[in-house]
Design a protein. Structure first.
Ligand code: NAD
Ligand code: DAU
Length: 340
Protein backbone atom coordinates (compact mmCIF):
# COMPACT_ATOMS: atom_id res chain seq x y z
CA UNK A 1 0.00 0.00 0.00
CA UNK A 2 1.39 3.39 -1.05
CA UNK A 3 0.27 6.83 -0.01
CA UNK A 4 0.16 9.53 -2.71
CA UNK A 5 -0.09 13.29 -2.47
CA UNK A 6 -1.63 14.69 -5.67
CA UNK A 7 -1.52 18.48 -5.81
CA UNK A 8 -3.81 20.39 -8.15
CA UNK A 9 -6.23 17.45 -8.28
CA UNK A 10 -9.28 19.69 -8.61
CA UNK A 11 -8.03 20.89 -12.00
CA UNK A 12 -8.15 19.32 -15.45
CA UNK A 13 -5.12 17.00 -15.53
CA UNK A 14 -4.89 16.45 -11.77
CA UNK A 15 -8.60 15.63 -11.59
CA UNK A 16 -8.38 13.07 -14.38
CA UNK A 17 -5.28 11.60 -12.71
CA UNK A 18 -7.10 11.26 -9.36
CA UNK A 19 -10.04 9.52 -11.05
CA UNK A 20 -7.70 7.15 -12.89
CA UNK A 21 -5.46 6.26 -9.93
CA UNK A 22 -8.13 6.04 -7.21
CA UNK A 23 -10.10 3.54 -9.31
CA UNK A 24 -7.09 1.61 -10.60
CA UNK A 25 -5.34 1.20 -7.24
CA UNK A 26 -7.99 0.63 -4.54
CA UNK A 27 -5.31 -0.50 -2.05
CA UNK A 28 -3.31 2.73 -2.39
CA UNK A 29 -4.34 5.94 -0.66
CA UNK A 30 -4.63 9.31 -2.40
CA UNK A 31 -4.70 12.73 -0.76
CA UNK A 32 -5.46 15.69 -3.01
CA UNK A 33 -4.18 19.14 -1.99
CA UNK A 34 -5.69 21.99 -3.99
CA UNK A 35 -6.12 25.73 -3.39
CA UNK A 36 -9.35 25.78 -5.46
CA UNK A 37 -8.33 28.74 -7.59
CA UNK A 38 -10.65 29.79 -10.43
CA UNK A 39 -9.40 26.65 -12.27
CA UNK A 40 -10.00 24.17 -9.46
CA UNK A 41 -13.45 22.76 -8.81
CA UNK A 42 -14.82 20.23 -6.37
CA UNK A 43 -17.33 19.30 -9.08
CA UNK A 44 -14.41 17.70 -10.93
CA UNK A 45 -13.69 15.44 -7.95
CA UNK A 46 -17.35 14.64 -7.21
CA UNK A 47 -17.19 11.12 -8.78
CA UNK A 48 -14.48 9.98 -6.31
CA UNK A 49 -15.21 12.04 -3.21
CA UNK A 50 -16.87 9.12 -1.42
CA UNK A 51 -14.17 6.57 -2.28
CA UNK A 52 -12.52 5.18 0.89
CA UNK A 53 -8.99 5.61 -0.56
CA UNK A 54 -9.44 9.30 -1.44
CA UNK A 55 -9.45 12.48 0.63
CA UNK A 56 -9.29 16.19 -0.13
CA UNK A 57 -7.37 18.96 1.64
CA UNK A 58 -8.08 22.57 0.75
CA UNK A 59 -4.79 24.48 0.78
CA UNK A 60 -2.02 26.22 -1.09
CA UNK A 61 1.26 24.49 -2.02
CA UNK A 62 3.06 27.73 -1.08
CA UNK A 63 1.75 27.48 2.51
CA UNK A 64 4.81 25.98 4.20
CA UNK A 65 3.17 25.36 7.55
CA UNK A 66 0.21 23.56 6.04
CA UNK A 67 2.35 21.53 3.63
CA UNK A 68 4.82 20.47 6.32
CA UNK A 69 2.11 19.46 8.79
CA UNK A 70 0.36 17.47 6.05
CA UNK A 71 3.61 15.60 5.26
CA UNK A 72 4.30 14.97 8.93
CA UNK A 73 0.84 13.52 9.42
CA UNK A 74 0.49 11.50 6.21
CA UNK A 75 4.05 10.25 5.53
CA UNK A 76 3.63 10.16 1.74
CA UNK A 77 5.43 7.66 -0.51
CA UNK A 78 4.80 9.61 -3.72
CA UNK A 79 4.14 13.27 -4.51
CA UNK A 80 2.76 14.19 -7.93
CA UNK A 81 2.72 17.93 -8.46
CA UNK A 82 0.05 19.09 -10.90
CA UNK A 83 -0.71 22.31 -8.99
CA UNK A 84 0.05 25.27 -11.21
CA UNK A 85 -1.14 28.39 -12.87
CA UNK A 86 -1.54 26.91 -16.34
CA UNK A 87 -2.92 29.44 -18.82
CA UNK A 88 -0.46 31.29 -21.07
CA UNK A 89 -2.80 34.26 -21.68
CA UNK A 90 -3.19 34.82 -17.94
CA UNK A 91 0.60 34.74 -17.50
CA UNK A 92 0.85 37.58 -20.01
CA UNK A 93 -1.66 39.58 -17.98
CA UNK A 94 -0.19 38.82 -14.53
CA UNK A 95 3.12 36.90 -14.35
CA UNK A 96 3.70 37.13 -10.57
CA UNK A 97 1.27 34.43 -9.43
CA UNK A 98 2.89 32.06 -11.96
CA UNK A 99 6.28 32.46 -10.31
CA UNK A 100 4.79 32.08 -6.83
CA UNK A 101 2.78 28.92 -7.45
CA UNK A 102 4.83 27.25 -10.15
CA UNK A 103 8.31 27.87 -8.71
CA UNK A 104 7.99 28.67 -5.01
CA UNK A 105 5.16 26.16 -4.55
CA UNK A 106 7.34 23.47 -6.11
CA UNK A 107 10.19 24.42 -3.77
CA UNK A 108 7.93 24.16 -0.73
CA UNK A 109 6.82 20.66 -1.73
CA UNK A 110 10.38 19.52 -2.34
CA UNK A 111 11.57 20.95 0.98
CA UNK A 112 8.86 18.92 2.70
CA UNK A 113 9.97 15.83 0.74
CA UNK A 114 13.52 16.37 1.95
CA UNK A 115 12.48 16.79 5.57
CA UNK A 116 10.00 13.92 5.80
CA UNK A 117 11.45 11.50 3.23
CA UNK A 118 9.84 10.25 0.03
CA UNK A 119 10.09 7.41 -2.48
CA UNK A 120 9.58 9.73 -5.46
CA UNK A 121 8.67 13.36 -6.18
CA UNK A 122 7.18 13.74 -9.67
CA UNK A 123 7.00 17.12 -11.37
CA UNK A 124 4.29 17.48 -14.05
CA UNK A 125 5.83 19.78 -16.64
CA UNK A 126 5.14 20.78 -20.21
CA UNK A 127 6.56 20.76 -23.74
CA UNK A 128 6.39 24.57 -23.59
CA UNK A 129 9.73 24.65 -21.74
CA UNK A 130 11.39 23.84 -25.10
CA UNK A 131 10.03 26.97 -26.76
CA UNK A 132 8.72 26.39 -30.27
CA UNK A 133 9.68 24.81 -33.60
CA UNK A 134 9.43 26.44 -37.04
CA UNK A 135 6.32 25.69 -39.10
CA UNK A 136 8.38 24.81 -42.18
CA UNK A 137 10.49 22.08 -40.51
CA UNK A 138 8.12 19.12 -39.92
CA UNK A 139 11.20 16.91 -39.48
CA UNK A 140 12.05 18.57 -36.13
CA UNK A 141 10.74 17.34 -32.75
CA UNK A 142 11.44 18.13 -29.08
CA UNK A 143 13.57 15.48 -27.37
CA UNK A 144 14.65 15.45 -23.72
CA UNK A 145 17.97 16.93 -24.91
CA UNK A 146 16.38 19.95 -26.63
CA UNK A 147 17.60 23.10 -24.83
CA UNK A 148 15.19 24.95 -22.54
CA UNK A 149 14.13 28.12 -24.39
CA UNK A 150 10.92 29.62 -23.07
CA UNK A 151 8.56 32.18 -24.63
CA UNK A 152 5.91 33.15 -22.05
CA UNK A 153 5.97 33.91 -18.33
CA UNK A 154 4.03 30.63 -17.93
CA UNK A 155 6.63 28.52 -19.71
CA UNK A 156 9.48 30.37 -18.00
CA UNK A 157 7.94 29.57 -14.61
CA UNK A 158 7.53 25.90 -15.56
CA UNK A 159 11.13 25.76 -16.79
CA UNK A 160 12.31 27.42 -13.57
CA UNK A 161 10.53 24.73 -11.58
CA UNK A 162 12.01 21.93 -13.73
CA UNK A 163 15.52 23.25 -13.19
CA UNK A 164 14.92 23.53 -9.45
CA UNK A 165 13.64 19.94 -9.33
CA UNK A 166 16.77 18.69 -11.08
CA UNK A 167 18.93 20.82 -8.77
CA UNK A 168 17.28 19.23 -5.70
CA UNK A 169 18.10 15.85 -7.18
CA UNK A 170 21.74 16.67 -7.83
CA UNK A 171 22.44 18.72 -4.70
CA UNK A 172 20.29 16.97 -2.10
CA UNK A 173 19.82 13.54 -3.68
CA UNK A 174 16.03 13.94 -3.78
CA UNK A 175 14.48 11.10 -5.83
CA UNK A 176 12.69 12.97 -8.59
CA UNK A 177 11.28 12.51 -12.08
CA UNK A 178 9.97 15.14 -14.50
CA UNK A 179 7.48 14.61 -17.32
CA UNK A 180 6.94 17.06 -20.15
CA UNK A 181 3.67 16.53 -21.95
CA UNK A 182 2.19 18.06 -25.07
CA UNK A 183 -1.26 19.74 -25.15
CA UNK A 184 -4.00 17.74 -23.48
CA UNK A 185 -7.73 17.56 -24.11
CA UNK A 186 -10.55 15.48 -22.68
CA UNK A 187 -13.12 15.54 -19.84
CA UNK A 188 -13.11 18.33 -17.22
CA UNK A 189 -11.07 20.73 -19.39
CA UNK A 190 -11.52 24.32 -18.24
CA UNK A 191 -13.19 26.40 -20.99
CA UNK A 192 -10.50 29.09 -21.20
CA UNK A 193 -8.34 26.64 -23.22
CA UNK A 194 -8.81 26.24 -26.99
CA UNK A 195 -10.74 22.96 -27.35
CA UNK A 196 -13.37 23.40 -24.59
CA UNK A 197 -13.65 27.10 -25.47
CA UNK A 198 -14.46 26.27 -29.10
CA UNK A 199 -17.02 23.63 -28.07
CA UNK A 200 -18.68 26.02 -25.62
CA UNK A 201 -18.82 28.92 -28.07
CA UNK A 202 -19.95 26.77 -31.01
CA UNK A 203 -22.82 25.35 -28.97
CA UNK A 204 -23.89 28.92 -28.16
CA UNK A 205 -23.46 29.99 -31.83
CA UNK A 206 -20.91 32.59 -30.70
CA UNK A 207 -17.84 33.75 -32.69
CA UNK A 208 -14.80 31.45 -32.27
CA UNK A 209 -11.69 33.59 -31.56
CA UNK A 210 -8.70 32.26 -33.51
CA UNK A 211 -5.41 34.02 -32.70
CA UNK A 212 -3.42 35.33 -35.68
CA UNK A 213 -3.97 33.27 -38.83
CA UNK A 214 -4.71 29.96 -37.05
CA UNK A 215 -1.63 28.24 -38.53
CA UNK A 216 0.05 27.59 -35.15
CA UNK A 217 0.46 23.88 -34.49
CA UNK A 218 -0.12 21.97 -31.26
CA UNK A 219 0.50 18.26 -30.56
CA UNK A 220 -2.71 16.99 -28.92
CA UNK A 221 -2.75 14.11 -26.43
CA UNK A 222 -5.88 12.82 -24.70
CA UNK A 223 -5.67 13.42 -20.96
CA UNK A 224 -6.17 9.71 -20.26
CA UNK A 225 -2.88 9.02 -22.02
CA UNK A 226 -1.14 11.73 -19.96
CA UNK A 227 -2.38 9.95 -16.81
CA UNK A 228 -1.19 6.49 -17.90
CA UNK A 229 2.20 7.95 -18.81
CA UNK A 230 2.67 9.52 -15.37
CA UNK A 231 1.57 6.28 -13.68
CA UNK A 232 4.14 4.45 -15.78
CA UNK A 233 6.91 6.90 -14.84
CA UNK A 234 6.04 6.64 -11.14
CA UNK A 235 6.29 2.85 -11.24
CA UNK A 236 9.13 2.33 -13.70
CA UNK A 237 10.93 5.66 -14.27
CA UNK A 238 14.50 6.28 -13.19
CA UNK A 239 15.38 8.92 -10.59
CA UNK A 240 16.72 12.17 -12.03
CA UNK A 241 15.26 11.54 -15.49
CA UNK A 242 13.05 13.67 -17.74
CA UNK A 243 10.43 11.93 -19.91
CA UNK A 244 8.68 13.55 -22.89
CA UNK A 245 5.02 12.52 -23.35
CA UNK A 246 3.22 12.84 -26.68
CA UNK A 247 1.56 10.86 -29.42
CA UNK A 248 2.40 12.60 -32.72
CA UNK A 249 -0.96 14.28 -33.16
CA UNK A 250 0.02 17.61 -34.65
CA UNK A 251 -2.81 19.82 -35.83
CA UNK A 252 -3.02 23.49 -36.73
CA UNK A 253 -5.46 25.49 -34.63
CA UNK A 254 -7.65 25.99 -37.70
CA UNK A 255 -7.80 22.22 -38.26
CA UNK A 256 -8.88 21.71 -34.64
CA UNK A 257 -11.54 24.42 -34.82
CA UNK A 258 -12.92 23.11 -38.13
CA UNK A 259 -13.05 19.53 -36.82
CA UNK A 260 -15.13 20.62 -33.84
CA UNK A 261 -17.44 22.82 -35.91
CA UNK A 262 -18.08 19.98 -38.37
CA UNK A 263 -18.74 17.49 -35.57
CA UNK A 264 -21.29 19.86 -34.03
CA UNK A 265 -22.87 20.74 -37.39
CA UNK A 266 -21.94 24.43 -36.97
CA UNK A 267 -20.86 26.76 -39.80
CA UNK A 268 -17.24 27.81 -40.38
CA UNK A 269 -18.53 31.37 -40.55
CA UNK A 270 -18.30 31.35 -36.74
CA UNK A 271 -14.48 31.47 -37.07
CA UNK A 272 -13.25 34.95 -36.21
CA UNK A 273 -9.58 35.86 -36.57
CA UNK A 274 -8.47 38.06 -33.68
CA UNK A 275 -5.23 39.74 -32.62
CA UNK A 276 -2.39 37.23 -32.10
CA UNK A 277 -1.17 36.16 -28.66
CA UNK A 278 2.02 38.06 -27.71
CA UNK A 279 5.07 35.83 -28.22
CA UNK A 280 2.81 33.09 -29.66
CA UNK A 281 4.71 29.78 -30.02
CA UNK A 282 4.50 28.50 -33.61
CA UNK A 283 4.67 24.74 -33.33
CA UNK A 284 5.01 22.09 -30.62
CA UNK A 285 5.89 18.50 -31.56
CA UNK A 286 7.08 15.87 -29.11
CA UNK A 287 9.40 12.94 -29.65
CA UNK A 288 8.15 10.37 -27.08
CA UNK A 289 10.68 7.66 -28.05
CA UNK A 290 12.29 7.53 -24.59
CA UNK A 291 9.15 6.77 -22.58
CA UNK A 292 7.92 4.35 -25.25
CA UNK A 293 11.11 2.34 -25.56
CA UNK A 294 12.47 2.54 -21.98
CA UNK A 295 9.20 2.26 -20.06
CA UNK A 296 6.92 0.58 -22.59
CA UNK A 297 4.25 3.32 -22.51
CA UNK A 298 2.02 3.93 -25.49
CA UNK A 299 -1.02 6.14 -25.98
CA UNK A 300 -4.48 4.68 -26.42
CA UNK A 301 -5.98 7.57 -28.44
CA UNK A 302 -5.19 9.40 -31.64
CA UNK A 303 -6.68 12.87 -32.08
CA UNK A 304 -9.22 11.34 -34.47
CA UNK A 305 -10.41 8.77 -31.89
CA UNK A 306 -10.21 11.12 -28.89
CA UNK A 307 -11.90 14.27 -30.09
CA UNK A 308 -15.36 12.76 -30.71
CA UNK A 309 -15.79 11.37 -27.17
CA UNK A 310 -14.45 14.68 -25.80
CA UNK A 311 -17.08 16.66 -27.67
CA UNK A 312 -19.72 14.20 -26.50
CA UNK A 313 -18.50 14.53 -22.89
CA UNK A 314 -18.99 18.30 -23.11
CA UNK A 315 -22.49 17.82 -24.52
CA UNK A 316 -23.34 15.42 -21.68
CA UNK A 317 -21.86 17.59 -18.89
CA UNK A 318 -23.20 21.05 -19.51
CA UNK A 319 -24.23 21.16 -15.83
CA UNK A 320 -20.53 20.71 -14.87
CA UNK A 321 -19.65 23.60 -17.14
CA UNK A 322 -22.36 25.83 -15.74
CA UNK A 323 -21.25 25.06 -12.16
CA UNK A 324 -17.55 25.82 -12.60
CA UNK A 325 -17.82 29.18 -14.27
CA UNK A 326 -17.09 31.77 -11.62
CA UNK A 327 -17.22 35.55 -11.68
CA UNK A 328 -13.42 35.59 -11.90
CA UNK A 329 -13.50 33.48 -15.07
CA UNK A 330 -16.03 35.81 -16.68
CA UNK A 331 -13.92 38.84 -15.78
CA UNK A 332 -10.79 37.33 -17.35
CA UNK A 333 -12.59 36.31 -20.54
CA UNK A 334 -14.10 39.74 -20.94
CA UNK A 335 -10.75 41.46 -20.47
CA UNK A 336 -8.64 39.06 -22.58
CA UNK A 337 -10.87 39.12 -25.61
CA UNK A 338 -11.50 42.86 -25.37
CA UNK A 339 -7.70 43.26 -25.64
CA UNK A 340 -7.91 41.31 -28.90
P1 NAD B 1 -5.57 23.58 -14.39
O1 NAD B 1 -5.40 25.06 -14.45
O2 NAD B 1 -6.78 22.95 -15.01
O3 NAD B 1 -5.55 23.11 -12.87
C1 NAD B 1 -4.60 23.59 -11.94
C2 NAD B 1 -5.05 23.15 -10.55
O4 NAD B 1 -4.05 23.59 -9.62
C3 NAD B 1 -6.39 23.77 -10.11
O5 NAD B 1 -7.17 22.79 -9.47
C4 NAD B 1 -5.96 24.85 -9.12
O6 NAD B 1 -6.92 25.11 -8.12
C5 NAD B 1 -4.70 24.24 -8.53
N1 NAD B 1 -3.77 25.24 -7.98
C6 NAD B 1 -3.35 26.39 -8.59
N2 NAD B 1 -2.52 27.06 -7.77
C7 NAD B 1 -2.41 26.32 -6.64
C8 NAD B 1 -1.67 26.47 -5.43
N3 NAD B 1 -0.87 27.55 -5.23
N4 NAD B 1 -1.77 25.52 -4.48
C9 NAD B 1 -2.57 24.43 -4.67
N5 NAD B 1 -3.29 24.25 -5.79
C10 NAD B 1 -3.21 25.18 -6.77
O7 NAD B 1 -4.24 22.97 -14.99
P2 NAD B 1 -3.99 21.76 -15.98
O8 NAD B 1 -4.17 22.22 -17.36
O9 NAD B 1 -4.68 20.56 -15.50
O10 NAD B 1 -2.42 21.58 -15.74
C11 NAD B 1 -1.96 20.84 -14.62
C12 NAD B 1 -0.46 20.65 -14.75
O11 NAD B 1 -0.18 19.98 -15.97
C13 NAD B 1 0.30 21.97 -14.81
O12 NAD B 1 1.48 21.82 -14.06
C14 NAD B 1 0.61 22.16 -16.29
O13 NAD B 1 1.80 22.87 -16.44
C15 NAD B 1 0.76 20.72 -16.74
N6 NAD B 1 0.47 20.48 -18.15
C16 NAD B 1 -0.74 20.82 -18.69
C17 NAD B 1 -1.01 20.55 -20.03
C18 NAD B 1 -2.33 20.91 -20.67
O14 NAD B 1 -2.48 20.78 -21.88
N7 NAD B 1 -3.32 21.36 -19.91
C19 NAD B 1 -0.03 19.93 -20.82
C20 NAD B 1 1.20 19.62 -20.24
C21 NAD B 1 1.43 19.90 -18.91
O1 DAU C 1 1.69 22.36 -24.58
C1 DAU C 1 1.26 22.18 -23.27
C2 DAU C 1 0.53 23.40 -22.82
O2 DAU C 1 -0.73 23.43 -23.51
C3 DAU C 1 0.31 23.44 -21.31
O3 DAU C 1 1.56 23.51 -20.68
C4 DAU C 1 -0.56 24.63 -20.92
O4 DAU C 1 -0.86 24.57 -19.54
C5 DAU C 1 -1.85 24.57 -21.71
O5 DAU C 1 -2.66 25.69 -21.42
C6 DAU C 1 -1.57 24.51 -23.21
O6 DAU C 1 -0.99 25.75 -23.68
P1 DAU C 1 -1.44 26.41 -25.09
O7 DAU C 1 -1.12 27.85 -25.04
O8 DAU C 1 -0.91 25.62 -26.22
O9 DAU C 1 -3.03 26.13 -25.01
P2 DAU C 1 -4.30 27.05 -25.33
O10 DAU C 1 -5.49 26.14 -25.27
O11 DAU C 1 -4.32 28.29 -24.53
O12 DAU C 1 -4.06 27.44 -26.86
C7 DAU C 1 -3.91 26.44 -27.84
C8 DAU C 1 -3.65 27.15 -29.16
O13 DAU C 1 -4.86 27.82 -29.56
C9 DAU C 1 -2.59 28.22 -29.09
O14 DAU C 1 -1.88 28.26 -30.31
C10 DAU C 1 -3.36 29.53 -28.93
C11 DAU C 1 -4.65 29.23 -29.68
N1 DAU C 1 -5.86 29.91 -29.17
C12 DAU C 1 -6.16 29.78 -27.86
C13 DAU C 1 -7.29 30.39 -27.34
C14 DAU C 1 -7.62 30.28 -25.86
C15 DAU C 1 -6.68 30.61 -30.05
O15 DAU C 1 -6.42 30.70 -31.26
N2 DAU C 1 -7.81 31.20 -29.54
C16 DAU C 1 -8.14 31.14 -28.21
O16 DAU C 1 -9.18 31.73 -27.82
Amino acid sequence: MYKFLVTGGAGFNGGNFCHYMVNKYPDDVFVCLDALTYAGNMETLAPILDKPNFSFVHGNICDRELVFSLFEREKFDFVVNFAAESHVDRSIENPRIFLETNILGTQTLMDACRKYGIRRYHQVSTDEVYGDLPLDRPDLFFTEETPIRTSSPYSASKAGADLLVMAYHRTFGLPVTVSRCSNNYGPYHFPEKLIPLVIKKALADEPIPVYGNGANVRDWLHVHDHCTAIDCILRKGRDGEVYNIGGHNEKSNLEVVRTILHALGKPESLITFVKDRAGHDLRYAMDPTKIMTELGWKPQYTFETGIGPTIQWNLDHQDWLANIISGEYLRFMEKNYRRN
